[in-house]
Design a protein around this ligand. Structure first.
Ligand code: GTR
Length: 434
C-alpha cells in the first residue's frame, strides 16, 4: 500500500468518527435543533426485558438494578469500609442567642475513630429559637466553609483549602486574609429567613469531606477509608468525589439526633451545581432524606446526558474526572449506550418529593434537559399514584408539578432567594407545614 492510499484511508476513517467525539473541542451547543435525538432507557423495563407494573415490583426489581447501574457506571461503588463506617459525634458548642436571638446554633464535629486519617468535618446547624416541637430542616454542603454561610464572627474560618479561592491561605506564618470570605455564601443560605420561616438549617464545608481536585481524595475520606491510604491505585468503578460528598451528607444526617430541636423524618437534602449533583446522589442512596432538591445541577445531575446541549459528558469527565466512576469517560461519544440517564436518577427518589430548579441564563446546565429528566421520571411516581410534571413540553419561566416539581427563574447560575421561595413552598406543601 503506497503512502497516498494510506493517507486517503486515514482521512476516510477520521471522517467516520462519531459526531460528539469529533466535536469534543468545539464550542458548547446552545442550539436546540442540534441537541440530537435519542431513546431513553425505559424506567419501567428491567434489563432482562420484563416490565414492572407495581410499586412493589419497582422497589424489588427495577430500583435496585438502576441503583447498581449508577454505581457501576456513573458515581462509583462505595467500598465496604464506607458502608460500615460509624461516626463519632461531638457537640463543640451550643449557642442559644445566635442570629440576633432568632436561632440556637450548634457546632458539631464528626469523625471516624476507625479511620483517623480523615480529619473529619464540622457541622453548623441553626434551629429557630422559639421552636416548641422538632422542626423540619434543610441539610446541604457549602462551597466555601461554614463561616461563609453566615456573618457571625464566632464561627471559625475554615482552615482547609477553599476552592477557586480569591482569598489567600495563611502561609509561612503570614496571617490569612480568608477572614474576608466570611458571609460570602450568605445569599445562598439566608439563615435568618429560614429561621423566620420555621425551618432548621444544617450545613458543612464539602472540602472537609474531600478537597475538590484530582488528588483531593488522598487527604479526604476516600483515602482514609481505603486499605492502602494514599498508596491506593485508582480502581475503575470505585466511588468518585460526588459519591464521597454524598456519603458525607448521610453521615451528617446520622448526627442530627444530637440536635433535639430537629425532626430527622423531615429532612430536605439540598445542593447547588456540583453539590446539586451530590444532593441527588445522596437522595438516591439514602431514603432517609424525605425531600430532595437539585438546584442548577446540570450535567451529571438532573440534565439528560444524551442531549448535546451546554456541558457534555466529554467536557465534564475531562475537567472533573475525579467526580465520577473511572469508566464513565468511556461513554463519551456513545452516550446512547449508557444503561442509565438522569431521568432514572430522579426516579430513584420516588415516591419522595423531588424539586428541580433551573435558571434561564444557566444554559451550561441545560434547563430543558433538567426538566425532561423530571418529566420522564414521572412514570415511576405514577406507580405510587403520584403526579409528576404535567407534560413533555418545557414550560419556560415559572413553577409547576407536584411530587416532582420544576421551576425556571430568570438570571444566572446561582441559588437565590427566589429559588428558596419555591423550595420552601414545596416543603410546606409536602410536609403540611403552614
Ligand atoms: C462547572 C461544572 C458544572 C457545575 C459547576 C459548579 O464548572 O462544569 O458541572 O458543577 O461547575 O459546581 O459550580
Amino acid at each position: 500500500m503506497d503512502l497516498r492510499t494510506l493517507f486517503t484511508l486515514g482521512t476516510l476513517f477520521l471522517g467516520c468518527l462519531p459526531v460528539s467525539a469529533a466535536s469534543s473541542a468545539q464550542e458548547p451547543n446552545y442550539d436546540e435543533e442540534k441537541a440530537g435525538s435519542y431513546v431513553l432507557p425505559d424506567p419501567l423495563q428491567c434489563l432482562n426485558g420484563s416490565r414492572v407494573a407495581t410499586a412493589k415490583e419497582w422497589e424489588q426489581e427495577r430500583r435496585p438494578e438502576i441503583l447498581r447501574l449508577f454505581e457501576e457506571h456513573v458515581y462509583g461503588v462505595r467500598p465496604q469500609s464506607a458502608l460500615q463506617a460509624r461516626i463519632r459525634v461531638a457537640v463543640l458548642a451550643r449557642e442559644p442567642e445566635a442570629l440576633q436571638g432568632r436561632a440556637t446554633r450548634y457546632r458539631i464535629r464528626l469523625d471516624l475513630p476507625e479511620a483517623p486519617r480523615w480529619a473529619g468535618l464540622e457541622m453548623l446547624a441553626y434551629v429557630p429559637a422559639h421552636a416548641t416541637a422538632p422542626v423540619p430542616f434543610f441539610l446541604g454542603l457549602n462551597f466555601e466553609g461554614n463561616h461563609a454561610v453566615t456573618w457571625e464572627p464566632s464561627i471559625p474560618v475554615n482552615p482547609g483549602r477553599i476552592r477557586d479561592s480569591q482569598w489567600r491561605p495563611p502561609r509561612n506564618g503570614v496571617p490569612s486574609d480568608w477572614e474576608k470570605s466570611r458571609g460570602s455564601e450568605y445569599s445562598r443560605w439566608l439563615p435568618e429567613e429560614l429561621m423566620d420561616a420555621g425551618f432548621g438549617l444544617v450545613t458543612a464545608y464539602y472540602g472537609d469531606i474531600e478537597p475538590d481536585w484530582a488528588e483531593g481524595w488522598k487527604s479526604g475520606v476516600r483515602g482514609a477509608l481505603s486499605p492502602e491510604g494514599e498508596g491506593t491505585k485508582w480502581r475503575g468503578n470505585e466511588w468518585g468525589a460526588i459519591s464521597a460528598w454524598a456519603w458525607g451528607l448521610s453521615r451528617m444526617l446520622d448526627a442530627v439526633p444530637a440536635i433535639p430541636e430537629l425532626d430527622p423524618s423531615r429532612c430536605a437534602v439540598i445542593g447547588h451545581s456540583r453539590l446539586g449533583k451530590t444532593a441527588l446522589w445522596a437522595g438516591a442512596t439514602d431514603p432517609r432524606f424525605s425531600v430532595v432538591i437539585s438546584n442548577d445541577s446540570g450535567e451529571g445531575g438532573a440534565a439528560l446526558m444524551r442531549r448535546n446541549y451546554g456541558e457534555t459528558l466529554e467536557v465534564i469527565t475531562r475537567r472533573f474526572p475525579h467526580w465520577f466512576a473511572g469508566g464513565l469517560a468511556g461513554f463519551v461519544g456513545r452516550e446512547r449506550e449508557l444503561p442509565t440517564d438522569q431521568h432514572l436518577l430522579v426516579a430513584l427518589m420516588a415516591p419522595r418529593p423531588v424539586a428541580i430548579g433551573s435558571a434561564e441564563e444557566d444554559r451550561w446546565a441545560d434547563p430543558r434537559g433538567e426538566y425532561l429528566s423530571g418529566w420522564h421520571a414521572g412514570a415511576v411516581y405514577g406507580l405510587y399514584g403520584k403526579q409528576g410534571l404535567p407534560g413533555p413540553d418545557w414550560p419556560g419561566l415559572g413553577v409547576l408539578g407536584d411530587a416532582v416539581q420544576y421551576h425556571l427563574r430568570q438570571g444566572p447560575h446561582d441559588l437565590t432567594r427566589e429559588d428558596w421561595t419555591h423550595y420552601l413552598a414545596f416543603c410546606r406543601r409536602h410536609w403540611g407545614v403552614r
